[in-house]
Ligand binder design. Sequence first.
Ligand SMILES: [Mn+2]
Length: 315
Amino acid sequence: MRDKIFAKIREFNDIIIIPHIRPDGDCFGSAFGLKYIIESIYPNKHVYVIGEMTKSTSFMGETSNVSDDLFHTSLVISVDTGSLSRVFDDRVLTGKYVIRIDHHPHVEHFGDLEYIDSNYPSTCTIITDMFREKGIEIPKQAAECLFFGTSTDTGRFRYRGVTSNTHQNVAYLLDTGIDTDKLFNYIYLKDYSAFKLEAEIVSMINSTDNGLLYLKLTAEMMEKLNIKSEEAGNAISKLEYIRDYPVWAVFYSHGDIIRGRLRSRGPVVNEIAAKYRGGGHAYASGVTLDSWDELDILIKDLDIAIVNYKKNMTN
Ligand SMILES: [Mn+2]
């Protein structure tokens, strides 16, 4: 599989790499990492990354506008994208030859060649491994992008999918002499206004005696804070590491309904979520509520689950 990809890269002079919509560090890291490696091996080839850069990934380089005609004659590589509807450019299948490189569980076929391996914690790790295995030197500029994407997709090398292979690949990147301090600044630096907003949101946290932390963001509050649904939902990450509070949740107004995100490192929450028009993973679920009154019932349910969980722990 890898050799086929190398052969296709060798064959084409124009290569277009496409990340996914709502881009993250891994899709741009793998796109630009691959671009810079190809350019260092084949200085005469033209490699284009398309997509909309975010502030934190803008250090990687600039994206290009590519004509329809160029698509027809190019090798197109979709990176880090699990389904066709999430590919940033819907001209993807008009490419002369289309390759997918991804680490998400396989759900749908598209393109001419799929290299998908969900054993890797990031697409950046797949790309690194492909060239490391061949003993091909990775330029520093590419290593910065690949390190960034691996780091963001693994929660700074923390998640369960991280293996010794991940670290071996990261070591290969570090050997190029990259400045990880500089890269972590791109990840962690935030605007002062965003920091103030976080502080305001955090100050609104509620809790129960049994160990539930939750945020209630009504339409009025969201308007006052000038935040949209997505930002409100993302506030869930602020509640994660509070000792003695094994379940945390955010509820926010979304049009006529109320949406909620539930997280746990104790009781399973998806069965409770299913009672409230939701579901998901055992420890990460979503719910939909008709009214704020319904929230009080859900809070009681979650509280009971925490009490039972704690009881089982001590038995
Ligand atoms: Mn990824």
